[in-house]
Design a protein around this ligand. Structure first.
Ligand SMILES: O=C(O)c1cc(=O)[nH]c(=O)n1[C@@H]1O[C@H](COP(=O)(O)O)[C@@H](O)[C@H]1O
Length: 244
């Protein structure tokens, strides 16, 4: 992957490091991949699985969605910062002080280890959250896109580099945020495909047109009969030139 291109990030939601590494090695050029290590794989494989992927040249998004008091988050983020990953996440709902603490922690850890600091993304509203669940379960009275937009602005003014949301909310947020702010969007499905537990979904090409900076795709690739072909197909849709 040309690193200047907006990335297609594969969510390596596998139960063991062996599964994840075997998956990555199906590709002729693992060094062209950008992969997400989430809770399932990290809780089993720890920092070692991150380092094994990095040794294959894979760029890593370590998605642990930190959400705790600022001191705890800062100390955990310091360890993440030392791993030399490209991206990491915290929950915007932890608030301004917690998000700022995460950025401080990541930067301190990166400086200690002599690596580039990860960009820190805020989770806004999970793509599995429906407007009804936001209203009835979380008791958030504003429409879902307004809540996402509010959390994105809170993240930006807390020093974060971007947000995670559905691609459906990107166009509404962009005008209110800095030009280099990142909009990383999971909840990607091909047209007419099973959405699994996702609610706010978009196709790869619609996400691109909506202004996503990068997409995260898991099961449509990892559970495909031919994952390499599925990756290439989704990548070609994502990278299709936009015709206005
Ligand atoms: O932080 C994330 O990456 C994330 C945020 C979100 O709102 N929704 C979401 O699906 N994700 C992650 O994106 C991936 C989506 O996987 P699939 O639904 O299998 O494509 C999973 O690893 C989720 O943990």
């Amino acid at each position: 992957m040309n690193q200047a291109e907006p990335p297609l990030i594969i969510a390596l939601d596998f139960p063991t490091p062996d599964d994840a590494l075997a998956f990555v090695q199906r590709f002729d050029h693992p060094e062209e991949l950008f992969c997400k290590v989430g809770m399932e794989l990290y809780y089993q494989g720890g920092p070692a699985v991150v380092r094994q992927l990095q040794a294959l040249g894979v760029r890593v998004f370590l998605d642990l969605k930190l959400h705790d008091i600022p001191n705890t988050v800062e100390r955990a983020a310091r360890i993440i910062g030392g791993l030399g990953v490209a991206l990491t996440t915290v929950h915007a709902q932890g608030g301004r002080k917690m998000m700022a603490a995460a950025v401080r922690g990541v930067r301190a850890g990166a400086a200690d280890a002599g690596v580039q600091p990860a960009k820190v993304l805020a989770i806004t509203q999970l793509t599995s959250t429906s407007p009804a669940a936001l209203r009835d379960e979380q008791q958030v009275a504003v429409p879902l896109p307004d809540s996402v937009n509010h959390l994105a602005q809170l993240a930006a003014t807390s020093g974060l580099d971007g947000v995670v949301s559905s691609a459906a909310e990107v166009a509404g947020m962009r005008p209110h945020l800095p030009d280099d702010f990142l909009f990383i969007t999971p909840g990607i499905r091909l047209a007419d495909a099973h959405v699994d537990d996702q609610v706010r979904v978009m196709t790869p090409d619609a996400a691109r047109r909506a202004g996503s900076s990068g997409i995260v795709v898991g099961r449509p690739i990892t559970q495909a009969t031919d994952p390499v072909a599925a990756y290439q197909h989704i990548k070609s849709l994502w990278e299709e030139p936009i015709h206005e």
